[in-house]
Every structure is written in structure tokens, then in C-alpha cells.
Design a protein around this ligand. Sequence first.
Ligand code: RB5
Length: 149
Amino acid sequence: MKIAIGNDHAGVEYKNELSKYIEEKYGYEVINFGTDTNDSCNYPEFGEKVANAVAKGEADRGVLICGTGIGIGISANKVNGIRCAICSETKSAEYTRLHNDANIISFGARIVSIETAKEIVDTFLTTEYEGGRHQIRVDMIKDIENRQR
Ligand code: RB5
């Protein structure tokens, strides 16, 4: 499993700690698309890079971090095929995998603690999509993308 990770200046420390956590706990390859300095930068760049990696199949899942998780998550959701869930707790992370087949998770380094972030990542990586009745809804999301072309 390959995990694309990305962040703006607000999420450098979270990115580093979570990358290590994912590599050590799961043995997954983590591909870093984020900034590595605390210099102010623009989150859409990193949301797009991670989203493209997931949409093209270069990574299986994505993890995004900015101050709130919102800007970078909104950016990722502009890429076709991306279902990025902005989560501040594990219940949402669980249900976005079960029902939405979310392929990217996003959260805010200024909103959630690093311990909660690790729990969100655990839930995101270990919860399987339910499919079934949810597939028609996921297909409808794809239909919206196709109507935008
Ligand atoms: C950067 O200051 C901040 O705006 C950004 O990290 C994020 O919170 C935007 O949604």
C-alpha cells in the first residue's frame, strides 16, 4: 500500500510524525508531496499533488494536513475521482470509509491533537468500504464530475 501525504506550512510537524507512524505501524510506503519548511505557502498546491497521485493510482490513499484541514481538503476534492473527507474525529473517518469510500482524509493541525490525528489515520486505513446500497451514491458523485466536463 502506498500513501500520498501532503501539507502546507501549518502541517509540517504533523506530516513528519504521521509519516513515521504509518511507515512503522503499517509498513506502508509514504510518498511526501508536502512542504518541508515552516515558510508560508499555499495549500491548494499540495492538495492537488496528493489528489493527482491518488487519482492516477500512483498512491492507494492520501492524507492531507493544513491549519484546519479544510482548504487543502476542498482543493483535493476538485480533482476527478477524489473523495476527500475532512475529519476532526474518528467516527466521521469510519463512516466516510464505510459509506463514501473516501480515498483521502484531511485534518487540521491547529484543530486536532496529534494523538487524535493518529487515531483518525488508523481508522481511515483499516476501515473497508461497505459497498452495496452506497455504491449508487458514490456513482452519483462520479456522475456530477462527468457533467462538469
Ligand atoms: C494557513 O494559515 C491556513 O489558512 C491553512 O493552513 C488552512 O487552515 C486553510 O484552510
